[in-house]
Design a protein around this ligand. Structure first.
Ligand code: ADP
Length: 292
């Protein structure tokens, strides 16, 4: 069934400071979205508002047109598996892993107990251990197990790869892809480890200083991104009139990053080198310090 989760003009103000600004977002069923943004960009705030765990200051969040806030019917369709850390609230840390999973099960109407057990086994989680005694990587695994076993149509994971070593991250992305291909569930995954995840994300959502910078098919975005470098004067001529997102100058050479609009082309005939940047490079160009 086609399903849509829609955020309209959502903003969040904490102590007089606006940390999320008028975000419009439409998430469709059957996609894996990557949510990227620097620390403090508002990713966790956005995810918690999309799943009605945190009230919006302004705006609305709906699932198939039905308001999400305090609406059990809509809430059934979503799961936000929060990051666990040594200071997690709600006493999570005093629980054993198996108790935490049991509590999660009571909140998640489509919980798949067999899957939770299987994944805990695959990740080598000791379910008899207290959360507070787990390594950062093990805590990430617990949140991943909750997210996947929730079987929610829209499943949100906040930095699931944080703290996982590269082998565990590969395993996580493989399991995520398998679940996605089997079920067509929608996943929204926030991460700052962009490069290795960029193949997984069908669409990428970039949040910068509380604003939605873009939401776009990952391949299409990379195809319209260019890094042009060479002699400063040549580069300037090649890109004149185009919006430059980032530039670095070294002596007499310059490199600039551009996003071309549909139908827009780079001027041919200049002695410059032209490449498509990686998603990570593009992200740094769009959200790095100098990108204003
Ligand atoms: P990210 O997940 O991208 O790192 P967050 O959503 O955690 O960003 O935070 C965005 C901003 O909101 C930060 O400046 C953070 O300090 C602030 N913030 C987050 N939660 C709270 C809160 N409960 N009270 C006050 N400020 C908060």
């Amino acid at each position: 069934m086609m399903s849509k989760l829609t955020a309209k003009g959502i903003s969040k103000v904490y102590n007089g400071k606006e940390v999320l600004h008028e975000v419009d977002l439409e998430l469709e069923s059957g996609k894996i979205y990557g949510l990227i943004g620097r620390n403090g960009a508002g990713k966790t705030t956005l995810l918690s508002m999309l799943t009605a765990q945190n009230p919006v200051t302004r705006g609305s969040v709906t699932l198939d047109g039905k308001p999400m806030w305090e609406n059990p019917e809509a809430l059934e369709g979503v799961c936000f598996s929060r990051e666990l850390n040594p200071v997690s609230p709600n006493g999570a840390n005093t629980m054993k892993v198996k108790e935490y999973l049991r509590v999660a099960a009571t909140f998640l109407p489509h919980w798949d107990r067999e899957m939770a057990q299987r994944l805990a086994g695959e990740f080598g989680l000791d379910v008899g251990k207290r959360i507070s005694k787990l390594s950062k990587g093990m805590m990430s695994m617990v949140t991943i197990v909750v997210a996947l076993a929730s079987k929610a149509r829209f499943t949100f994971l906040d930095e699931p790869a944080a703290g996982l070593d590269v082998v565990a991250r590969e395993k996580f992305y493989r399991i995520l892809m398998e679940e996605y291909l089997d079920t067509g569930r929608t996943f929204v995954v926030s991460t700052h480890i962009i490069e290795e995840a960029s193949d997984i994300f069908e669409e990428v959502i970039i949040l910068d200083k509380g604003k939605l910078l873009l939401k776009e098919n990952t391949q299409e975005l990379l195809e319209r991104s260019y890094h042009v470098s060479g002699h400063t004067e040549e580069v300037e001529r090649a890109v004149s009139g185009k919006k430059v997102y980032h530039e670095e100058t070294m002596g007499r050479s310059r490199g600039v990053t551009l996003l071309l609009q549909p139908g827009e082309e780079l001027r041919p005939g200049y002695d410059v080198s032209i490449q498509h940047p990686s998603l990570q490079k593009l992200f740094v160009a769009l959200c790095g310090e100098e990108a204003d």
